[in-house]
Design a protein around this ligand. Structure first.
Ligand SMILES: [Cu+2]
Length: 121
């Protein structure tokens, strides 16, 4: 769904001066100690488990674990973190929340809005 993609581009451009909502894959780090893990489930493009918003402190380690009923691509805007999701298999993006703001987390194929990540110090 490109509706959110537009927001993504603006957010990324404003904060990082880089382009794109294309989503690179792969670079997640394994969650370690001190990581806040938040789990979500998506069924038919709708969130069926997990909070509407995740609020964290600047510098906190965050892991977003998403299980989708369809193959999809998980994307965290602003941080431009992505993970490929296989049907029914949890996928995780993990990162340090070092950019303040509110960022959409979505699935690119279904267009599902997973959550909003709110980072403030
Ligand atoms: Cu996106």
């Amino acid at each position: 769904m490109r509706r959110i993609g537009g927001i993504c581009g603006i957010t990324v451009a404003a904060l990082l001066a880089v382009t794109g909502c294309s989503g690179s894959s792969g670079t997640e780090q394994p969650p370690g100690t001190g990581t806040r893990t938040v789990k979500f489930s998506i069924t038919e493009g709708k969130r069926t488990a997990g909070p509407e918003e995740v609020a964290v402190r600047t510098g906190e380690n965050v892991a977003l674990e998403v299980t989708s009923d369809q193959a999809d691509e998980l994307h965290v805007h602003g941080y431009d973190k992505a993970a490929q999701l296989a049907p029914g298999v949890p996928g995780t993006v993990a990162f340090t929340a070092n950019i303040d703001g509110i960022f959409e987390v979505e699935l690119h194929k279904s267009g599902a809005a997973v959550t909003k990540l709110r980072v403030s110090g």
